[in-house]
Design a binder for this molecule. Structure first.
Ligand SMILES: Nc1ncnc2c1ncn2[C@@H]1O[C@H](COP(=O)(O)OP(=O)(O)OP(=O)(O)O)[C@@H](O)[C@H]1O
Length: 590
C-alpha cells in the first residue's frame, strides 16, 4: 500500500496532518466526556453527604457535556469527510494512471495480463484500495492514539481493574490473530477469482450469439456456475471468519464490564477504591468506559492488520500494471520521415516469435513495395499473413531482421509518427459508440464533410449512409452493432481513407463484401491512393488478382512472389489456391 504513495498528490499531506489533529481533538474530548460523567457522580455524592443540592453544578456539567459532544461530532465528521476525499481522489488518480498505462501497452503486455484482469484491476482493485485507504486514514490514526490515551488514563487508578482490561485485550488479540491466519491468504485468491468471473461473463456476453447458435447455454452455464460457486464458497468462508469477530468482541467487552463492576464493588466494599463510595463508583464508571475504549482501539488495530493485506493484494495488482515496462518504446533520438518524400517500405530478413512461443511463426520474410504499389499476402489459414502486417504499426516488434520505411528502421521512428503514416483496417470491423462522422474523423479530426463524403463514396458506403435518417450524424451503437458486417467493414475502410495514410494495411478487410462491391471498392481506392502503398491480406484470390506483387505464404515462409500471371505459371501453392477458387474461364479472363 505504502508504495502507492508515489501517486499521492502534494495536498494529501497537509490534509493528513489536519486529520491527525482532528482525531486528536476528538479523542481528547471523548475522554473528557467520561471524566464529566465521573464529576456528576461525585457531585451527587457531595449532595448526598453534605445535604446541599448540587443542581447548578450538575446542570453546568451537563451543558459542557453537550458542547464537548458537539465538538467531538464535528471533528469526526470533518475527519471522515477529508479521509473520503483523499481516498476518492487517490482512486481517481490511480484509475487515470492505469488507463494511460494500458493505453500505451502493446498486444504483448495486454495478453500478459488478459483483458478481463485489466478490467478488474481498474475497477474492483482500485475500489479495494480506496476503501482501505479511508479505513487507514481513520482507524490507523484513531486506534493507537485512543489506546495510548486510554492506558495513560487508567494507569494509577487501580491495578486490579487494569489486570481485567489486560485480559480482555489479550483475548481480543488472540481471536483476531486466529482470523488473520486463516482469512488473509484468501484475499489474493478472491481477486483472482474475480478476474475469472469477469472473463467467463465477458466471454459469454460477447459470444452470446455463438453460444445460442450452438445450443451451448448449458456449457456456458456450467462454466459460470463453477466459478460462481467457488466465489460464493470463498466469500462465505471469509465472511464467516470475519463474523466471528463481533460475538467475540461483545463477549470480551461485556465480560470486561461485568468483571470491572463486580471487582469494583468488592474493592469499594473493602474501602480500597476511591476516597468514599461515590468516588469509587465514579472511578469504576471511568474505568469501564476507558477499558471499552482500549478494547475498541485494539480491535481497530488488529482489524487493520486484516484489512491492510486485502488492500495490499489489490495495491500489488495495480502496481504490477503500473510498473510494467512497455516493450515497445520510442527511441531516444527519433528519426523523422519527410512526408513529401515518395514512400517505400522494405522487410529485411524478418523473423517473428510470439511472446512465450517456442518457434518463429514467420521466418526470413523479404519484400519491398514502392509508392503506388499494391502488395498482397495470400496463404492458408495460420500461415502468418496477419502477423506480418501487424509488425508494421508495431503491435509487436520483429524478433530478427528489420522493417524499414524510406530506409529508416521503424523502431527509430516515434510511434506517433509511424502511426501517422499507417492506415490499418482490421479483419473485424470495429466502430465506436457515437455517430458516423465521429467514427470517420477518428484518425483525422479536421477532415471536412466533403472529405468524409468522398471517403464514403470510395468505400461504397455512401448509399447506405445517405439512406439513414441523420446521414453523417446517424448514431453508431457500441462496436457498430447497428450495422451489418459488410457495412462495418466499409465504414472502417472509409475511416482509413479519411486519414489519408501513406501505407494502407487491409487485414482481410474485404472478406465481408460481395464480389461486386469488393471490385468497385478496390477500383475507386486505386484511383485515390496513387501516393500510397497498399498491403492487402486476403483469402479470396479475386481480391488480389491485380496486385503488383503477390506474396504466397506457407507456414510463415515465403514460397512464392510475383504477379498473378507469373505465379499462376510457376507456383504450385498459388495454382492450387487459384484453381480451387476460380474457374478456368475466370482465370483465363483475368
Ligand atoms: N497472439 C498470438 N500468440 C501466439 N501465437 C499466435 C498469436 N496470434 C497468432 N498466432 C499464431 O501465429 C500463426 C500465424 O497466425 P496469423 O494470424 O498471422 O495467420 P493468418 O495467416 O493471418 O491466418 P488467418 O488467415 O486464419 O487469419 C498461427 O499459427 C497462430 O496460431
Amino acid at each position: 500500500m505504502l508504495k502507492l504513495a508515489k501517486y499521492f498528490k502534494w495536498w494529501y499531506y497537509p490534509l493528513i496532518i489536519l486529520i491527525v489533529a482532528l482525531i486528536y481533538i476528538q479523542i481528547e474530548f471523548d475522554l473528557r466526556l467520561i471524566d464529566k460523567v465521573a464529576d456528576i457522580i461525585r457531585s451527587i455524592g457531595i449532595a448526598d453527604t453534605t445535604g446541599t443540592p448540587q443542581t447548578d453544578e450538575i446542570l453546568s456539567i451537563g451543558l459542557s457535556m453537550i458542547l464537548i459532544t458537539l465538538v467531538s461530532i464535528s471533528t469526526t465528521i470533518l475527519a471522515s469527510f477529508l479521509a473520503s476525499r483523499i481516498g476518492a481522489n487517490l482512486s481517481k488518480n490511480l484509475r487515470k494512471q492505469l488507463y494511460l498505462k494500458v493505453d500505451g501497452f502493446s498486444l504483448e503486455e495486454i495478453n500478459q495480463f488478459s483483458t478481463s484482469s485489466l478490467i478488474t484491476r481498474t475497477s474492483n482493485d482500485i475500489q479495494q484500495v480506496q476503501m482501505v485507504m479511508i479505513i487507514l486514514l481513520r482507524m490507523a490514526i484513531t486506534a493507537p492514539m485512543m489506546a495510548i490515551r486510554g492506558v495513560l488514563k487508567i494507569s494509577g487508578l487501580s491495578n486490579e481493574l487494569s489486570i481485567i482490561t489486560a485480559i480482555g485485550v489479550i483475548f481480543i488479540l488472540t481471536v483476531i490473530s486466529v482470523i488473520f491466519v486463516f482469512v488473509t491468504p484468501k484475499f489474493k485468491v478472491m481477486q483472482e477469482q474475480n478476474d475469472e468471473l469477469n472473463l467467463v461473463t465477458r466471454e459469454n456476453l460477447v459470444g452470446l450469439r455463438v453460444v445460442r447458435a450452438h445450443n451451448a447455454q448449458e456449457i456456458e452455464k456450467d462454466k459460470f456456475e463453477n466459478i460462481n460457486e467457488r466465489i460464493t464458497r470463498l466469500n462465505l468462508f471469509v465472511n464467516r471468519g470475519m463474523q466471528l469477530l463481533m460475538p467475540n468482541m461483545a463477549l470480551a467487552m461485556n465480560g470486561v464490564s461485568l468483571a470491572i463492576v463486580w471487582l469494583a464493588a468488592v474493592l469499594i466494599n473493602q474501602g480500597n477504591l476511591g476516597q468514599n463510595g461515590y468516588d469509587g463508583i465514579a472511578i469504576q464508571t471511568q474505568f469501564t468506559t476507558y477499558s471499552m475504549q482500549i478494547l475498541i482501539s485494539f480491535m481497530m488495530l488488529t482489524m487493520l492488520f486484516i484489512m491492510i493485506p486485502r488492500g495490499q493484494v489489490s495495491a500489488k495488482r495495480i502496481r504490477e500494471v503500473l510498473n510494467t515496462k512497455t516493450k515497445i518504446k520510442d527511441p531516444v533520438n527519433p528519426k523523422t520521415i519527410n512526408k513529401e518524400e515518395a514512400i517505400h517500405i522494405k522487410f529485411e530478413d524478418v523473423c517473428f516469435k510470439y511472446p512465450n512461443a517456442e518457434e518463429c511463426v514467420i521466418e526470413n520474410v523479404n519484400f519491398e513495395a514502392n509508392m503506388g504499389q499494391t502488395v498482397a499476402f495470400i496463404g492458408s489459414t495460420g500461415s502468418g499473413k496477419s502477423t506480418i502486417i501487424n509488425l508494421i504499426p508495431r503491435f509487436y516488434d520483429v524478433t530478427h531482421g528489420s522493417i524499414k520505411i524510406n530506409d529508416i528502421d521503424i523502431r527509430d521512428l516515434k510511434q506517433t509518427d509511424l502511426i501517422d503514416l499507417v492506415g490499418y483496417v482490421p479483419q473485424k470491423g470495429m466502430l465506436f459508440q457515437g455517430d458516423i462522422q465521429s467514427n470517420l474523423r477518428l484518425g483525422n479530426e479536421h477532415a471536412t464533410d466533403e472529405e468524409l463524403l468522398s471517403a464514403l463514396e470510395i468505400s461504397q458506403s455512401k448509399e447506405f449512409v445517405m439512406a439513414l435518417e441523420d446521414n453523417l450524424n446517424a448514431p453508431v451503437s457500441q462496436g457498430g452493432k447497428n450495422f451489418s458486417g459488410g457495412q462495418r467493414q466499409r465504414l472502417c475502410i472509409a475511416r482509413t481513407i479519411v486519414k489519408q495514410p501513406k501505407i494502407y494495411i487491409f487485414d482481410d478487410s474485404f472478406s465481408a463484401l460481395d464480389y461486386q462491391t469488393d471490385r468497385k471498392l478496390r477500383r475507386e481506392l486505386e484511383k485515390t491512393t496513387k501516393n500510397a502503398i497498399k498491403l492487402i491480406v486476403a483469402q479470396r484470390i479475386s481480391t488480389i488478382l491485380h496486385a503488383d506483387q503477390i506474396v504466397v505464404l506457407e507456414n510463415g515462409k515465403i514460397v512464392g512472389k510475383g504477379t498473378h500471371k507469373e505465379l499462376l505459371k510457376t507456383n504450385h501453392v498459388y495454382q492450387e489456391m487459384a484453381y480451387s477458387q476460380l474457374s478456368e474461364e475466370e482465370l483465363a479472363h483475368e
